[in-house]
Design a protein around this ligand. Structure first.
Ligand code: BV8
Ligand code: ZN
Length: 285
């Protein structure tokens, strides 16, 4: 008898768990964007390779050297601005749009690729039809903010960073005669910062409460491409388990969550998510 390919068993188990699931949460981390060309945080080519998190993604680092922190974020914006959603982002968006209700996408990522996938899948589903498809069921809860938004450190005003999506990082680049100028708020002149959550900063309470409410109500929580090291995000699948739901982990490597997962599917998200979500879920009117 031919042995089932190693991850075939867990894939079939994941498909079984998801086929009729009416309430599903997807929790994603940097790994889901790896195949879009976005460097992960802790991998060998990771963003933390040349710097430690404490040096860059903290309010202390920004107070100490805003120019260094802005240079890192401007570099990340220029890398991510040219990245596109991959089949994993699109499979999740399609499940959310086709199911209509009951699917919650929660991401730790700040790369805005889930939002791009939601808009692209909504256009694809509407293609040629008489009505447009509302992308909102597939728009993510962004636990850690968004790389392409700025926030004023003085008045709190949040703005899109103009011009970045075309790959041209916001504001003047560092030039031969020194670092780029620090961006200022057009409303009050205060210093702008990236609109992301740094280590030691609280997450947006409403967003976090909505994410935990969805995880506690979920029949299945699908955890994709995260090392499950960063809290409070890493506690979301545990809320699903504690409420009697199932957890499916999709990751080429084991993580601290693996031992608790109902099934662990080993491998890259861009190949596995379309396989796991290929069977459409229930349509919720
Ligand atoms: C807070 C935004 C309190 C910025 C980020 C409880 C226990 C332990 C620690 C804590 C705790 N509570 C709080 C802490 C401290 C801290 C924390 O968790 N530290 C950890 C490191 C120990 N948490 C915080 O500080 C949080 N704040 O709790 O505040 C508070 C309350 C009130 C008042 C004041 C304060 C804030 C955390 C948010 C930090 N910001 N990002 C930016 O991006 O610049 S976190 C950063 O890490 C990213 O958001 C990233 O998404 C996140 C998690 O990393 P991963 O996504 O998992 O990425 P990683 O590279 O680690 O892993 C990639 C995975 O993908 C790997 O497993 C790999 O195998 C896999 N993979 C690779 N290729 C693929 C793949 N998978 C699938 N397919 C592939 N092709
Ligand atoms: Zn301001």
């Amino acid at each position: 008898m031919s042995a089932t390919p190693p991850s075939q068993g867990p894939i079939a188990e994941a498909v079984r768990l998801l086929t009729d699931a009416r309430r599903v949460v997807f929790l994603t981390g940097a790994g889901i964007s790896a195949e879009s060309g976005v460097p992960t945080f802790r991998g060998p080519e990771g963003l933390w390779r040349s710097h430690r998190p404490e040096e860059l993604a903290t309010p202390e680092a920004f107070r100490r050297d805003p120019g260094l922190v802005w240079a890192w974020y401007r570099w990340r914006r220029s890398v991510v601005a040219s990245c596109r959603p991959n089949p994993a982002h699109r499979a999740i968006a399609r499940r959310a749009l086709l199911q209509g209700r009951g699917v919650t996408v929660v991401t730790q990522n700040v790369d805005a690729l889930h939002e791009a996938a939601a808009r692209e899948e909504a256009l694809a589903l509407a293609a040629g039809g008489p009505t447009r498809v509302d992308p909102s069921p597939a728009l993510p809860l962004e636990l850690h903010g968004n790389l392409f938004r700025d926030r004023c450190t003085r008045c709190g005003r949040v703005s899109e960073s103009p011009g970045v999506r075309e790959g041209a990082p916001r504001g003047a680049e560092a030039s031969a005669d020194g670092p780029a100028p620090l961006p200022g708020c057009t409303a009050c002149g205060g210093l702008l910062r990236p609109d992301v959550v740094w280590f030691g900063e609280a997450l947006d309470r409403e967003t976090l409460e909505e994410a935990f409410a969805a995880a506690s109500a979920a029949e299945v929580c699908v955890v994709v491409g995260t090392s499950s090291l960063v809290h409070p995000a890493a506690a979301l699948p545990l809320a699903t388990l504690e409420a009697g739901g199932a957890v499916v982990e999709v990751n080429p490597e084991a993580t601290p969550l693996t031992a608790r997962a109902t099934c662990a599917v080993r491998g890259p998200a861009a190949a596995l998510l379309p396989a796991i979500l290929g069977t459409p879920g229930p349509v919720m009117p």
